[in-house]
Every structure is written in structure tokens, then in C-alpha cells.
Write a protein that binds this ligand. Structure first.
Ligand code: ADP
Ligand code: MG
Length: 622
């Protein structure tokens, strides 16, 4: 319990004792009023003061205002014990709520417990233990089994297995040895390794993930804005209703003033919208926290809401549906030797991070002479231009060859064909091929069972390679040979059909589409800055199957939000009716309010539970 909560508890106990005393004491008139006013003020001064302050700030209608009017009104009609008791129970409910909210926030924070608390750095011959944010770029970390990797870096000595489950939700450990990268937040399991730090703490994977999740709560969903707007109209309506309830029946000679004023006050207590105000944001928070445990980062409640409604999914091909790790199948030079063609191709690609470039560099086993390389210009969706030995060299697809006027020709082999031309002179091509990710077809199928109506693949690669990947993965349609701008056009055309569209990419040259889609999803983002920046949802590992999981998680969250809204409105509505006709008293009103709020909070906590595996029953109702 926090200090504030303890203080509230103390006030509750004191006020309860004082109120009991007032009840037992044989007092009358003003004395009785005074005896109840003391515990009332002890327990309610902050509510009275809060509503007064809000009125001065022009925000008249809120929960505190309702409680103040209801209890002061009870004093006015001589119901002193009720006035004190309503305030007392209101505070008991508030205390309970704040404990429950605090508890659920803490358990969500515990899910996100990936923050490393220390780093062991080699300085000279000494090992120094430091907070991670004091470690400099390029320093050498010692990481022992059981330690959390404090900063992103590359292993320079030793080998081990690491567990990235806190980041990706993937529980299988991965083998890592010298030359491999490790990311902060993962846990070193088996061996001692030395790691060279490649980013400072503020730019590390862990720091960025934590920042994203913390900021996610600020981006409100339409459902939350609905609650705010709702409260703005709801509270004045309730107050007007209460005034009418107090005035009309006695004016029409339907009963005594006191009876109807009391009913109006009960009506006010019941109408408190706290269950909605508290449980809806909490549900979103829980949904976002639960998703991050599965390696799915959702940047805001609004993105979660959109994700739940997605009916069209557009995929990028390379690195998204396919592994993006190409094997070189053939090298077809026009007049150079094969080795010489690969040599200049690798030199030109040596600074690019495109999957094509990385594969060509990997296929070159010798030493790449980077001194030959001058200025490099990446041409998104086409390839690149590199100055090699002082002359411009073009490496890329057929469209690029057309653009620079080289006399290229088709290859009889299927796969991705990377052509090379020096100025306008055609040098030949390298044929590389890529494989579908093992779960790509299953992911597309799962989307269909979830009711996604249309799956589309867009790619800058050639028709043959695109067709093969489309067929194997089972997407409904594909479009090949597209530049990044043309991908945007396709997405915009789809958006005009009125669908809710998700675009899934690997973050390499698809930032424009990611931002244009209703919800932009980047995958394989562990370590990639660009994707984390431009996407709304980030799938931390490379698996397309995380997408159906993300959709199911967000639908579950939205379902809980709607349940809570419906439940609260229904119970409140019923109690309001009972209050208006005089069946519910002050006590029912207070208990009703606290009860609905607590149940709604408990329901909200379900949003952070792990997803059950997808079976037939779930298919029907997700
Ligand atoms: P995708 O849409 O499948 O993700 P991109 O738009 O990234 O593909 O690239 C489209 C095509 O452009 C690739 O298939 C390749 O032929 C060519 N290309 C892109 N970048 C490079 C590069 N660095 N080197 C050679 N070719 C490239
Ligand atoms: Mg791509």
C-alpha cells in the first residue's frame, strides 16, 4: 500500500469510529448534525474541496461533484447518518479501486521487466560493474550465464545460448558465437561471452521498447475518447434528471418533498461513471502489456483498436513472407569472369543493408576491396548506383537496367535476377533465390480463418519470383515489379474500397507504405531502428504468425472493453430505475457503484493473459 492509501485507510477508520459514536450518542437537532458533520468532514474534505476546485476551473460535472451534491443534499433533508455513510463507503470503494489498479499496473510492469540493472565492463585489466547507461560505445562487456544482456553489441569472444523470450515471446534459446549480435534485454544462458557495445543505453533495444510501451498509454483509442465525450454529456443529463426527479413529483402532488429529494440524491450516487472511467483505459493498458509479452509491440490504444478491425492484409515479399536470405544460384557474366563479376557486385553492395546486398556480400568469400568504392546512391525498389574504380556501376533489377539504357536480357533461370551495368554497358547478372519463411503459409491461412477477407503481396521483385512466393504462401493476389511509390498507390487503391488495411513489411524501404496503411506493422525489428520508428505495431521477431496472434489479442481486448461498457451501463441503468421508483436506497447505490467498478477491473485484467492456442472454438468467436 502506498502512503496515500495508508492515510486514506486511517481516515476511514477514524471516521467510522466517530460516526458510530454519533449514532449511539443521544443527541438531537443541531448537536446531532454537528456529531455527524465531524466524521463527514474527516472522510470527505478532499472530495468537497476537489469538486469546489473543479467548479472554479470550469469543470463542473464529475464524480466528486456528484458525491458532494448527494451527501450535502442528504444533510439538507436531515439524513445525517446516510450522508456520512455514503461518503465513507465512497472512500472505501476509491481505496479498493486504487489498490486494484496499482496491483494490475504493477503486474503489467513486471511483465515488462526487461530493464537490465547493471553491466560488467572490462576497463584495462579490471572488471567494473556499472549502471548500463554509464557504459560507452565500443567498450567490452563481460556477460556471464544468468545475466541479462545490458546493451546491444557483437560477441567478440566466447559462445553461448541466449533466451530472447522477454523481447520476442519466443522461448527457444538461440546459439550465439563470436561475430553474432546480441540484443539488450535477452538473457545469457550457458557461456561467458565478451561483447563489444554497439549502442549506448538510451538507443538500445530495451530502452526503446520500454519507451514505446510507456508512451502507448498516451495514444488514446476512439473507445476511450468515447468515454470522455460520453461523460461530458452524461453527467449534466444525470444532474438535470435528478433535479426533475426532486421537483416534478411533489409539484404534481405525487408525494412529499423529502421522499423525492432523497430519491433524487440516490439517483445521483448511482449514476457515478467510475467503472467506465477506470476500467476502459486499464483494459487497453492490459492488452498492450500482454501483447508485448508475446513480442508484439503495439504503440497505442488506437492502433490496437484498428488492428482488431483489420479485414485486408498487404504483405511485402522480401524479408517479410520470405526469409530475405538469398543463396546465389548462378553467376552469368557477359565477358568478365564469374569471380570478377561477383567481386564488383560485392564491392558495390558492401555498404547496403538490403537483404539482396547482404546475400551477395555473403556469397563473396574473399576479401572485398572497399577502397575501390566511391559514392553510393541507393535507388529504392530498383537497386543502387555505386562509383567503382571511378566509374558508375548500376546493380539492380530489370527496371533499373531500362532506366540507365543498358542492353540487358532475361535469364532462363527463375529467381531474383540482379543485373549489373557499368555506365550503359551490360556486364551480366547474378541469380539469387530466397525461401519462404516456414510459417508464412500457416500465417496466411490463420488470417483467413480469423475472417480477413483479402491478402495481397506487393513486391519490387520480378514476376516469376513473385508468382512462386504468392503460390506457396497462399495469398489471394500479388503485384510484382513495383517501386516503393507504386506500392503506396496500390495500398491507396485498396483503401478507397473502404477496407481496414494492415501493411506488413520488414522496414527496409517500405516506410512510406507503413505510414499510409490504417495500421503499419514492421517485423523482424529486433535491432532495426527505422522500422520501430515508422510502424504502429512492431513484431519483434521474424515470424509472420505473430500477425494473427496480434489480431486475436487486440480483438480480445476490444471485446473486454465492450463487455465492460455494456455491463456498467446495464447495471447502472437498472439501479437508476430502481432508485427513481424508490426501491434502491443510498446503501444499495454505493454498493452498486463499488461492485460494478471492481468487477469491471477484474474483467480488464483478463486482457493481459496469455493467448490460448488457436482451436476451432476460438476460431468461431475471435
Ligand atoms: P520487396 O518489395 O520484395 O521487398 P524491394 O522493393 O526492396 O523488394 O526491392 C525490389 C527489387 O529491387 C529487388 O527484388 C531487387 O531486384 C532490386 N534491389 C533492391 N535493392 C537492391 C540492392 N541493394 N542491390 C541489388 N538489387 C536491389
Ligand atoms: Mg522489402
Amino acid at each position: 500500500m502506498s502512503r496515500k492509501q495508508k492515510r486514506t485507510l486511517a481516515r476511514i477508520l477514524i471516521a467510522a469510529v466517530l460516526a458510530a459514536g454519533a449514532w449511539l450518542a443521544p443527541l438531537d437537532g443541531v448537536w446531532k448534525l454537528a456529531a455527524f458533520a465531524v466524521p463527514y468532514l474527516v472522510i470527505g474534505y478532499d472530495v468537497l474541496w476537489g469538486s469546489l476546485r473543479n467548479i472554479l476551473h470550469g469543470q463542473v460535472f464529475d464524480e466528486m461533484f456528484l458525491m458532494s451534491v448527494a451527501t450535502l443534499g442528504a444533510f439538507a433533508i436531515g439524513e445525517y447518518p446516510e450522508a456520512a455513510a455514503v461518503m465513507l463507503f465512497y472512500q472505501v470503494g476509491e481505496l479498493f479501486q486504487s489498490i486494484a489498479v496499482g496491483k494490475s499496473r504493477r503486474s503489467i510492469a513486471a511483465l515488462m521487466d526487461i530493464r537490465p540493472d547493471h553491466a560488467v565492463v572490462l576497463r584495462g585489466k579490471e572488471e567494473v560493474t556499472l549502471p548500463p547507461d554509464e557504459v560507452q560505445l565500443g567498450e567490452i562487456l563481460m556477460i556471464r550465464p544468468g545475466d541479462r544482456v545490458p546493451l546491444d553489441g557483437e560477441i567478440i569472444e566466447g559462445s553461448t545460448t541466449v533466451n530472447t523470450s522477454a523481447l520476442t515471446g519466443e522461448s527457444l534459446p538461440v546459439d550465439k558465437s563470436a561475430g553474432d549480435k546480441v540484443v539488450s534485454g535477452s538473457v545469457n544462458l550457458t557461456g561467458v561471452v565478451r561483447v563489444r557495445v554497439e549502442s549506448i543505453y538510451a538507443e538500445s533495444t530495451v530502452a526503446r521498447i520500454l519507451e514505446l510501451v510507456e508512451r502507448a498509454a498516451e495514444k488514446k483509442a476512439r473507445a476511450e475518447n468515447f468515454i470522455t465525450r460520453f461523460a461530458k454529456y452524461y453527467t449534466p443529463c444525470v444532474v438535470i434528471g435528478a433535479v426533475l426527479l426532486a421537483l416534478l413529483p411533489p409539484l404534481l402532488n405525487l408525494g412529499e418533498w423529502n421522499i423525492w429529494i432523497e430519491r433524487a440524491l440516490i439517483f445521483l450516487v448511482i449514476s457515478c461513471p467510475c467503472a467506465l472511467v477506470i476500467s476502459v483505459p486499464l483494459t487497453f493498458f492490459g492488452g498492450i502489456g500482454g501483447a508485448s509479452r508475446e513480442g508484439i509491440l503495439i504503440k497505442g490504444a488506437n492502433d490496437l483498436e484498428t488492428l482488431a478491425q483489420v479485414d485486408t492484409v498487404v504483405f511485402d515479399k522480401t524479408g517479410t513472407l520470405t526469409k530475405g536470405v538469398f543463396a546465389v544460384n548462378a553467376i552469368h557474366p557477359e565477358h568478365l569472369t564469374e569471380a570478377a563479376l561477383l567481386d564488383i557486385a560485392a564491392a558495390a553492395e558492401s555498404y547496403s543493408s538490403h537483404p539482396v546486398a547482404e546475400s551477395i556480400v555473403a556469397a563473396h568469400h574473399g576479401h572485398i576491396d572497399k577502397s575501390r568504392v566511391g559514392k553510393i546512391t541507393e535507388l529504392a525498389g530498383l537497386g543502387l548506383e555505386a562509383v567503382i574504380d571511378g566509374e558508375p556501376l548500376y546493380v539492380g533489377n530489370a527496371a533499373l537496367m531500362e532506366k540507365v539504357g543498358a542492353e540487358w536480357h532475361e535469364c532462363h533461370l527463375s529467381g531474383t535476377v540482379i543485373h549489373l551495368a557499368r555506365k550503359g554497358e551490360y556486364l551480366g547478372h547474378i541469380v539469387i533465390s530466397d525461401e519462404l519463411k516456414p510459417d508464412a503459409a500457416a500465417a496466411v491461412a490463420a488470417l483467413r480463418t480469423l475472417g480477413v477477407k483479402r491478402t495481397v503481396m506487393l513486391t519490387g521483385d520480378n514476376e516469376k519470383a513473385a508468382q512462386a512466393a504468392a503460390k506457396e504462401s497462399g495469398v489471394d493476389e500479388y503485384h510484382a515489379g513495383l517501386l516503393p511509390a507504386q506500392k503506396v498507390e496500390h495500398v491507396e487503391a485498396l483503401l478507397r474500397t473502404g477496407c481496414k488495411l494492415a501493411f506488413v513489411g520488414d522496414g527496409i524501404n517500405d516506410a512510406p507504405v507503413l505510414t499510409r496503411a490504417d495500421v503499419g506493422i514492421a517485423m523482424g525489428a529486433l535491432g532495426s531502428d527505422a522500422a520501430i520508428e515508422s510502424a504502429d505495431v512492431v513484431l519483434m521477431d521474424d515470424k509472420p504468425s505473430k500477425l494473427p496472434a496480434a489480431i486475436r489479442l487486440s480483438r480480445r481486448t476490444m471485446r473486454i472493453v465492450k463487455q465492460n461498457i455494456a455491463f456498467a451501463l446495464l447495471v447502472k441503468g437498472a439501479l437508476l430505475l430502481l432508485g427513481a421508483v424508490g426501491i434502491a436506497n443510498m446503501w444499495t447505490a454505493v454498493f452498486g457503484d463499488v461492485g460494478v467498478t471492481v468487477l469491471a477491473i477484474l474483467n480488464a485484467m483478463r486482457a493481459m493473459k496469455k493467448l490460448p492456442p488457436m482451436n476451432d472454438k476460438i476460431r468461431q468467436n475471435t
